[in-house]
Design a protein around this ligand. Structure first.
Ligand code: MSP
Length: 519
């Protein structure tokens, strides 16, 4: 594997990011960080989708320009991703000049080759979806099923993209590549949608919507959101229809494009059709994640239950995002909906990260200090059975990530932690020390510390800060690639002094955590 290119959906900037937006960025960051342990060239793209009628209307109501409004809100997304340690390689804004120019060229090329044509049209427009809906898409009350709003009747002359021309090719691609759409339980839904597709409007009349990218050579039309938004995945790499950049040649096609289930149609039908029209290869996988609810309720402004990642970080006084990242990553099996609740969050991260994982390292190092003054002796070194388990876990974690089973991979890691804890309990190094069996005692501690190195590497994509703290205490190189992890990471000699043994993660809400934060 010589590269791994991941993308997220680009968020609308009508408001501040919430935990649903954060969920997707966390999943994608975890995937990318995991693949950075398997290739030197893992590249993650994220960004914001800034055009559209909603931005135009909201900014007007605030008496500022759409660009000023976007600047304010885009910064909130940038800040949130920084707080969550989202290690993206590039952040695209659809108002970036380079993107706008490339979209104009893409549109122009499709127009010239006959894939886009002009057509008078009357349709039902949902501004929540920023898309036209057909009667069949509506629910029994005539509302958009996602936004529960009555679509607006819009009568305009628009440019249309010949989606229907690509219908058969897309069906063929989906059938020949059963893992193109992940999870597979969504494939049928997409094939059903394909049955009824029509050509799609890709522009709006400027008199009605002006906040968009101008159509070259047509003063009356702006390119409308989906062709603008979807193109970000290639324009961010430098694709512009003419000479394409080194990054584009190196990274396209995407290895996985992570999106929410609500925008699967756009990514598994519209996007492949656009790529086919541009004669470009399709992404390898489209991963549609489920939705995050709060206390089992859908988040909505009207219910006042919109939870932000900063809010959670503040209310638990967190200095690192690792617990939230870990929790979100294990919130749901692949593609299924998940839930956030404060109590569950606290319970899960305390149990897994503090009690099981953090304590294991802490008490092992404390015993090494107590019995051996923190020194690893030559005679401790063995090939412990436990290390075979650790190697198996590396393979199963890789296997899960091949299918983007992020929650399942996390469970494997915690299972290894539990096994190691059991090993300590069963071997009772404290009893061995009491009986004067110092070599055996040292062997147990060494075995555990070797496995802790593996655990640090495996947990790194989820909890990069905790993993680094663990690696520091173990004097272990956290940048090792997964395939290069061998036994003997723990070197002989003094490993650690008493004053350097610190908990890598403090229980949420514990007095210790509060005290540590006050200092
Ligand atoms: N701008 C479009 C995407 C264009 S991609 C070329 C869009 N924006 S969005 O802000 O509405 O949503 C961005 C992403 O966040 C989508 O993948 C969406 O599914 C996801 N989520 C928004 N709310 C969510 C939850 N409550 N839970 C999980 N993810 C959800 O759609």
């Amino acid at each position: 594997m010589d590269k791994f290119y991941t993308t997220t959906a680009i968020d609308y900037v009508n408001g501040a990011p919430h935990i649903g937006h954060a969920y997707e960025k966390i999943l994608t960051d975890i995937i990318t960080r995991h693949y950075s342990q398997r290739t030197d060239n893992a590249f993650m793209l994220t960004g914001v989708d800034e055009h559209g009628i909603k931005i135009q209307k909201t900014s007007a109501s605030l008496g500022i320009t759409p660009k000023e409004f976007c600047d304010i809100n885009t910064q909130k997304f940038i800040d949130a991703w920084k707080l969550l340690d989202i290690n993206y390689s590039r952040f695209i804004r659809t108002t970036d000049e380079q993107h706008k120019k490339a979209v104009q060229k893409i549109f122009d090329k499709l127009l010239k080759q006959g894939d886009i044509y002009k057509h008078a049209y009357k349709g039902l427009y949902c501004s929540g979806c920023e898309a036209f809906l057909s009667e069949k898409d509506l629910d029994e009350n005539g509302l958009c099923p996602v936004h529960k709003k009555k679509p607006e009747v819009v009568e305009e002359e628009n440019y249309f993209f010949k989606l229907t021309k690509y219908k058969d090719a897309i069906i063929k691609h989906i059938n020949q590549n059963p893992d193109f759409i992940i999870p597979s339980f969504r494939v049928k839904e997409v094939l059903n949608q394909l049955e009824n597709i029509e050509d799609i409007s890709v522009s709006r009349a400027k008199k009605n919507v002006s906040w968009g990218i101008d159509v070259l050579g047509d003063d009356e039309q702006v390119i409308y959101v989906w062709i603008d938004a979807l193109s970000n995945y290639i324009t961010a790499l430098g694709y512009n229809c003419e000479e394409n950049s080194d990054d584009f040649r190196k990274y396209w096609s995407a290895d996985v494009q992570v999106i929410g289930k609500d925008i699967l149609k756009f990514h598994s039908i519209y996007w492949p059709a656009i790529l086919m029209a541009l004669n470009l290869p399709l992404p390898k996988h489209i991963l549609a994640h489920g939705w995050i609810t709060i206390d089992e309720t859908k988040m909505s402004k009207s219910l006042g239950n919109v939870v932000s990642p900063e809010g959670i970080m503040k209310s638990f006084n967190l200095d690192i995002a690792d617990p939230l990242r870990y929790y979100m990553a294990s919130a749901a099996p692949l593609g299924k909906d998940g839930n956030y609740s404060d109590d569950d969050f606290k319970e899960k991260v305390n149990a897994h990260l503090a009690n099981s994982m953090g304590n294991l390292l802490n008490r092992t190092l404390s015993m090494l200090d107590k019995y051996f003054d923190g020194v690893i002796k030559e005679e401790f070194i063995n090939t412990p059975v436990l290390f075979e388990d650790a190697k198996k876990t590396i393979e199963s974690v890789k296997h899960h990530f091949n299918f983007f089973e992020i929650q399942e991979a996390a469970s494997e890691i915690i299972e290894l932690v539990d096994k190691t804890n059991k090993f300590v309990t069963n071997s009772a190094p404290w009893a061995l020390a009491k009986e004067g069996k110092m070599k055996e005692c040292g062997e147990v501690l060494y075995a555990v510390l070797e496995v802790m190195c593996v655990i640090a590497s495996l947990i790194y994509p989820y909890c990069p800060n905790i993993a680094k703290r663990m690696a520091d205490e173990l004097k272990y190189d956290i940048t090792l690639k997964l395939d290069d992890i061998k036994l003997n990471n723990i070197k002989t000699g003094k490993l650690i002094s008493k004053e350097d043994i610190k908990p890598v993660f403090l229980r949420l809400d514990s007095e210790l955590a509060d005290k540590a934060k006050k200092n």
